[in-house]
Design a protein around this ligand. Structure first.
Ligand code: PMP
Length: 438
């Protein structure tokens, strides 16, 4: 175990408070995050200096594992500082980042269109490839129309801020991704959070909201927990109270449902159960960008009102074309999703039976709970020494009392890779006291 003094790891160390971004109007009731508005605001330079100190201390104690330069990639393996490591922190769920057909199509697109765009979509950035991708995404997501943005983060931010505003209510799960939270805050609507997957709490908030003026936004699969949201029940509550439902499918497309179509397929729900389906193009589709699939009316509204679309450059065509190829590859090989579901289930079973707490994970995202930030850093360090690329996730990405190592599986992981991963996780877990010795 590390010998670093506990205060270096104290999660309520002041600078961290200011990274906090979950201050919905009922945040203190909903989650165990600190509301930054409670603290006396330091000067900007004090805030910057405080954070620098924290990171300097972490670096000095060999506890800083972020922003690691990867030198090369080979399937599920990467090279870092000359050392080959098995990658367990990638969103390349279906392996399309290095798919031969995807790469070939992107190369052809570079030859035809060049590397960048000429402006935002409304000005000069739209190509026939963008239009084709939007038709294909609409079809894939069983929606009337779709719109693509240049990042998943911007998609949520711009969409929520365009749809709701002052006088409206936006309600989100307390564990929603930061870009949903940021969109809710940016919108100016009354922002309420419900306890994670707590339907009674959601209903309580809905009873106080106005029919027709409320948006509920949730993740389908939670990025730090790997659990699947109770979407059928959330759909029913939204219908009952006349709220619009937006679901972020960043981690569910390509990974759940028997052909990888995501949460509707997983729960066998009708196409129109979710009003606004959001997805990223940076995970199962192996590129960059985000999209909304919805009614033609909502998509047309976003095309002219979503500021991250109107005032930011278009997604580059090589990326657009890469995603088009990835979608057709997934249509040709729908069994990719089932394969990932199957290996993830075995991997979770093995971690659980070795004594790890993996929260409620039911997907390819498998967190390993740690008792303290210090334990998470020590475990990460040992995993990296042994040959695994993992990262510690601490506050404010997760609640203060719930640091963890998050591991992700992809279709590139072979059975041998998974055996190797489990063996080394168990070894590192025993050596650092995370699990009991054999
Ligand atoms: N939504 C969720 C649930 C995410 O996990 C992420 C990023 N990890 C995003 C949106 C943002 O997507 P992107 O990284 O493609 O901008």
């Amino acid at each position: 175990m590390s010998t670093v003094s506990p205060e270096v790891f104290a999660s309520d160390h002041v600078p961290w408070r200011y990274l906090f971004n979950r201050n919905g109007s009922n945040a203190k009731r909903a989650g165990n995050y600190i509301d930054a508005s409670d603290a006396i605001a330091p000067t900007i330079s004090d805030r910057v200096a405080g954070q620098t100190t924290r990171f300097e201390q972490l670096r000095a104690n060999d506890c800083y594992f972020y922003d690691t330069p990867i030198e090369s990639c080979d399937g599920a393996w990467v090279t870092v500082d000359g050392q080959r490591l098995l990658m367990l922190a990638s969103y390349n769920y279906l392996g399309f980042i290095s798919d031969v057909a995807v790469l070939a199509s992107a190369r052809r697109a570079i030859d035809q269109y060049g590397i960048g765009q000429h402006g935002s979509r409304l000005v000069s950035g739209t190509t026939s490839e963008h239009k084709a991708l939007e038709r294909e995404l609409a079809d894939f997501m069983q929606a009337e129309d779709a719109i693509v943005f240049n990042s998943g983060y911007v998609t949520n931010l711009a969409t929520i801020a365009a749809l709701v505003g002052k006088g409206d209510t936006v309600i989100g799960d307390e564990w929603n991704h930061a870009c949903i939270v940021d969109g809710c805050q940016l919108s100016g609507a009354d922002f309420q959070m419900f306890r994670h997957n707590d339907l009674r709490h959601l209903e309580q908030l809905l009873t106080k909201s106005r029919r027709g003026n409320t948006l509920v936004a949730v993740d389908a699969v939670y990025s730090m927990e790997g659990d699947i949201a109770p979407i059928p029940e959330i759909v029913a509550l939204c219908k009952k109270y006349g709220a619009l439902l937006m679901v972020d499918e960043a981690h569910s497309i390509g990974t759940i449902g028997k052909t990888g179509r995501g949460v509707l397929e997983h729960f066998e729900l009708p196409a129109d159960a979710i009003d606004i389906k959001m997805g990223t193009l940076s995970k199962s589709f192996g590129a960059c960008g985000g999209f909304i699939a919805s009614s033609s009316q909502i998509i047309d509204f976003l095309r002219h009102q979503a500021r991250g679309y109107v005032f930011s450059v278009a997604m580059p065509v090589p990326q657009v074309v890469a995603v088009r190829t990835a979608i057709s590859r997934l249509r040709e090989e729908p069994q990719l999703a089932v394969g990932l579901i199957e290996i993830s289930r075995k991997y979770r079973d093995q971690l659980r039976s070795n004594g790890f707490n993996i929260y409620g994970s039911g997907t390819q995202i498998v967190p390993i709970a740690c008792e303290s930030d210090e334990e998470a850093f020590a475990f990460t360090r040992r995993c990296r020494e042994l040959g695994l690329y993992v990262i510690p996730i601490v506050y404010p990405a997760v609640p203060m009392n719930a640091p963890r190592i998050r591991t992700n599986l992809t279709t590139l992981h072979t059975p041998d890779d998974i055996r190797f991963a489990v063996e080394l996780l168990v070894q590192a877990g025993r050596e650092t006291g995370l699990i009991e010795p054999a």
